[in-house]
Design a protein around this ligand. Structure first.
Ligand code: TPP
Length: 905
């Protein structure tokens, strides 16, 4: 605070905050506390002798206070954390002269506020600060705005100078872990020459770090650890942390192992694993999520998995389940999904009680060095958005790293917030072992080649410290090598992968048989009545009150059940049967198009009420969350949630289906292919608003074509239902069928309020989801059949009635994949051979379901005319007027096709 700043402050305000400080120092911000204490000290008539004011002494005192503050804030800039660079000894902001101090002040005692001692010499202060913040651990924590959290950290770092004393046993354990990490890589290198393993060498410290975390679980009250990481060092983590037997991994290298399931499988360094570890009688379940190559994409999945487990454990869940994410430095700084997931940390619908992030900073990403890959000082800077501590630890200082782990575990447990540990190390080889890093980083790799591995460095440190015999040290290394050698020829035990525990009762194969999804009218009335009752004194917005009543009346009357009503009844009846339901997405509580209103708000306050919670059975729950404005992160999260919850309907809703494109990675690499790669099923539902209503390029198409392109081997189900009853049965089917496959639902927008788009209670209380809707009647009498899917059906129907075209039959394909080929075939077989067959769609020819359906029609030897918009790089036009013309043209073509040979282009 300089003089000009103070001069600009309103005197009255300054006076008020000064009085406030006098009453309670802690009630004002820290900078003001320091300022006022310096001010009073300076005005203390007893200081400086003779009742006079010693300005010089006051400035020195305030300099010492500033120095303490500055080292806590910026001491990390002098921390010696990079094994490849000499330690930095100077920083202009941390020089004594910057604080108006010099060497002559070193032995002067000063009064110190908020320091270890109330009085200390400058030398003691400086030593404490430098040892704590400028050795192997740099800490960023003064951006945290909670004074308690800062003080909490200070109290745990400064007394031990961030370097606690470890017992001999602990040191030997650390060395054993380092030997395991290092010797395992050497072993793989020797035994499986030329095979990719994404070696951890250079970053072996990761193993004792994770080991410490897992061992700290019982004390932290953690029973489950859910981890996510990419390729680097993953094999090492699998065997040494997840306890995957060496022989199983070796069998994978020898390719002498079956996948344990039918499917495509995945490379070794993407596979998941889990184990139960007994730690002095306490069980800790540790699991690592399978992940695809796309860096950082697994983060949200891990968070979703954790949250599902936490929800299962109830109130103590957040404490019991620990999410741990391991990142590469380039990926952490570069991938946007990192920020999306960090942003979930404190949100009621997505938080997991704090994630521990470990950034394995090997100072390179493939061949790119930090100067080309980030604009920030640290690879971890994005994490500071959370006001959480960041520990930067030298990658050859295992004891310091373990101290950071202990702090991180305790911090998370105390404050339920994220925490970051950056391990600054190097990568001994190229990106993979076949790559030559000297092509691009010749100097760096000369330096690395000359560097002894960390297990040797630490063994030498222990030898020098004494207290451990050379024999003991040697034996330790020998034991580690023997374990590797003896496992090489050991037969491995095949392990069933996937569909265990909560999944054991779930079928693995898709089955097309209709599922009993109907609900009796009596039951529907009972649940609808319950949904219509609001708590006493609760006054919703008048329109919402009416909507709630109308929904109930429709069920009582047995007709006029609209989309929102049917969807709500589907959830309610599933909840009533003991299933849980979780829906999340942007504005999903109300529904982007105002149709859901599953959470209602009191007009006289902030109170909200969720009627569906009243029909929940014991042990289940209903959750509806308005999500953060992210598709990639949230869809990944919900996919992760669905992996843990086979008996829960998990739904993600896109604001407009178009925006799911931001989550394409999750769709391609998890949803569509997760089961064939990893044998992990998901019953996740994607609700994707779709339909051409003249809203322009990005509010029209959910890109039906993209989902259909991803479909094969019955990996997922893609639907385009056209009636509320169909939606009701479809959602219920998702839980009641014997298997779980992701379900894509193209949901309507204008149909939500279309007068013809209603269903009767009879349609909910009988029948099931119809994959294809063929109107009753004699097909052979039809002159033309219009096949279509989705909302265009209503426009075709209206046009048909307007033109009195009883010669035309409209067939709706409600489930696009797996296609009910028999149903389509029987339409083709039953109609006359002279009938004209058309496919009508709103989407441009290169989009929508046309090319997909064309293939099926060809297989059925049916010649089908395309009617729809011409091919276009853009899904829809921007002008409402042109949209209406195009729409009219499609309808006109659909009903004039019999009289013309021309296609609509
Ligand atoms: C999204 C994405 N882009 C590119 C790649 C290709 N790729 C694999 S590893 C890697 C380097 C990652 O660097 P870093 O995060 O520092 O981890 P490291 O490999 O150095 O441990 C790259 C670019 C990928 N797998 N995923």
């Amino acid at each position: 605070m300089d003089g000009s700043f103070l001069a600009a402050m309103p005197g009255e305000w300054l006076d008020t905050i000064y009085r406030q400080w006098q009453r309670s120092a802690d009630s004002v911000p820290e900078e003001w506390r320091l300022f006022f204490s310096g001010f009073e000290f300076g005005s203390d008539s007893t200081y400086g002798g003779d009742g006079g004011f010693d300005e010089k002494a006051a400035l020195k005192l305030s300099g010492v206070q500033s120095l303490i503050y500055r080292y806590r804030s910026l001491g990390h800039l002098l921390a010696c954390t990079d094994p490849l660079s000499p330690c930095q000894l100077f920083h202009p902001l941390l020089e004594l002269s910057t604080f108006g101090l010099d060497e002559n002040d070193l032995d002067t005692p000063f009064v110190c506020r908020r320091f270890l001692k109330p009085r200390a010499t400058l030398r003691e202060v400086l030593e404490t600060m430098r040892e704590t913040y400028c050795r192997e651990t740099g800490v960023e924590f003064m951006h945290i705005q909670e004074p308690d959290e800062r003080q909490w950290l200070i109290d745990r770092m400064e007394p031990c100078r961030n370097r606690p004393v470890f017992s001999i046993d602990e040191k030997l354990h650390i060395l054993e872990k380092l030997h395991q990490a290092a010797l395992f890589e050497l072993f793989l290198h020797r035994r499986f020459v030329g095979q990719k393993r994404f070696s951890l060498e250079g970053g072996e410290i990761l193993i004792p770090v994770l080991d410490r975390m897992v061992r700290g679980c019982p004390e932290a009250g953690v029973s489950d650890v859910v981890m996510g990481m990419s390729h680097r060092g993953r094999l090492n983590v699998l065997v040494h942390i997840l306890r995957k037997p060496y022989e199983t991994l070796f069998a994978e290298f020898k390719e002498s192992v079956s996948l344990g399931f039918l499917g495509d499988g995945d490379v070794k360094y993407h596979k998941g694993h889990s184990c139960d570890i007994d730690l002095d009688g306490q069980q800790v379940h540790v699991t690592i999520a399978a992940n695809p190559s796309h860096l950082e994409a697994v983060n949200a999945v891990v968070e979703g998995k954790c949250r599902a487990r936490q929800d299962r454990y109830g109130a103590e869940g957040a404490g019991r389940v620990l999410p741990v994410l391991i990142h590469g430095d380039a990926a952490f700084a570069g991938q946007g999904s990192v920020m999306e997931v960090l942003n979930m940390s404190q949100l009621a619908g997505y938080g997991t009680g704090g994630t521990i992030h470990v950034v394995l900073n090997n100072q390179i990403g493939f061949t790119t060095t930090p100067k080309d890959s980030r604009s920030t000082c640290y690879a971890t800077d994005v994490a500071k958005m959370l006001s959480c501590p960041v520990f930067h630890v030298q990658g050859e200082a295992p004891e310091s790293a373990l101290h950071a782990v202990d702090l991180a575990m305790e911090y998370r447990r105390t404050f339920h917030r994220d925490v970051v540990i950056e391990l600054i190390c190097y990568r001994r080889h190229g990106h993979n072992e076949g790559d030559e890093p000297a092509f691009t980083q010749p100097k760096m790799y000369q330096q690395i080649a000359a560097r002894p591995p960390v297990n040797r460095i630490y063994a030498a440190v222990l030898a020098e410290e004494g207290g451990i015999s050379p024999d003991t040290l040697e034996q330790l290394e020998r034991r580690v090598n023997e374990a590797l050698e003896s496992s090489f020829n050991k037969p491995h035990v095949e392990r069933q992968v996937g569909f265990s525990d909560r999944w054991s009762s779930i079928g693995t194969a898709y089955a097309a048989e209709p599922v009993e999804t109907a609900v009796s009218a009596e039951k529907l009335v009972t649940v609808a009545r319950r949904l219509a009752v609001l708590p006493s004194g609760f006054t919703p917005h008048a329109k919402i009150g009416t909507l709630i009543q109308k929904r109930f009346e429709a069920v009582l009357k047995g007709e006029g059940v609209d989309w929102g009503n049917a969807e709500t009844l589907a959830y309610a009846t599933l909840l009533d049967q003991g299933y849980s339901v979780r829906i999340s997405g942007q504005d999903s509580q109300r529904g982007t198009f105002n149709h859901r209103h599953c959470v209602v708000f009191d007009s006289h306050g902030e109170r909200s009420y969720t009627p569906l919670e009243t029909v929940v059975r014991d042990g289940a729950g209903f959750q509806a969350w308005n999500s953060l404005l992210s598709e990639f992160g949230v869809l990944g999260f919900e996919y992760g949630y669905s992996l843990e919850t086979p008996q829960s309907l998990t739904l993600w809703e896109a604001q407009f289906g178009d925006f799911a494109n931001g989550a394409q990675v999750v769709i391609d690499q998890f949803i569509a292919s997760g089961e064939t790669k990893w044998n992990r099923a998901s019953g996740l539902v994607l609700l994707l608003p779709h339909g051409y209503e003249g809203q322009g390029a990005e509010h029209s198409s959910a890109r039906i074509e993209r989902y259909l392109q991803l479909c094969a081997a019955e990996n997922m189900v893609v639907t385009n239902p056209t009636t509320p009853a169909q939606m009701f049965h479809l959602l219920r089917r998702q839980m009641l069928q014997s298997f779980r496959k992701p379900l894509v639902v193209f949901t309507p927008k204008s149909l939500l309020r279309h007068p013809d788009c209603t269903s009767t209670v009879a349609q909910l209380s009988a029948g099931t989801f119809q994959t294809c809707i063929v109107p009753a009647g004699d097909l052979s009498a039809a002159r033309q059949i219009l096949f279509c899917s989705g909302k265009i059906y209503y426009e075709l129907e209206e046009e048909r009635d307007r033109r009195s075209r009883s010669d035309t039959v409209i067939v709706r394909i409600e489930q696009l994949y797996p296609l009910d080929r028999d149903a389509v075939k029987s339409v083709i077989d039953l109609c006359s051979s002279d009938s004209l067959l058309c496919w009508v769609q709103e989407e441009p020819e290169n989009m929508g379901a046309w090319h997909y359906m064309e293939r099926h029609f060809k297989d059925l030897s049916a010649s089908v005319v395309y009617i729809g918009r011409p091919a276009d790089p853009c899904p829809a036009v921007g002008s409402h007027h042109i949209h209406a013309e195009q729409q009219a043209e499609i309808l006109s073509r659909a009903f004039s096709q019999l009289d013309t040979d021309a296609l609509f282009y």
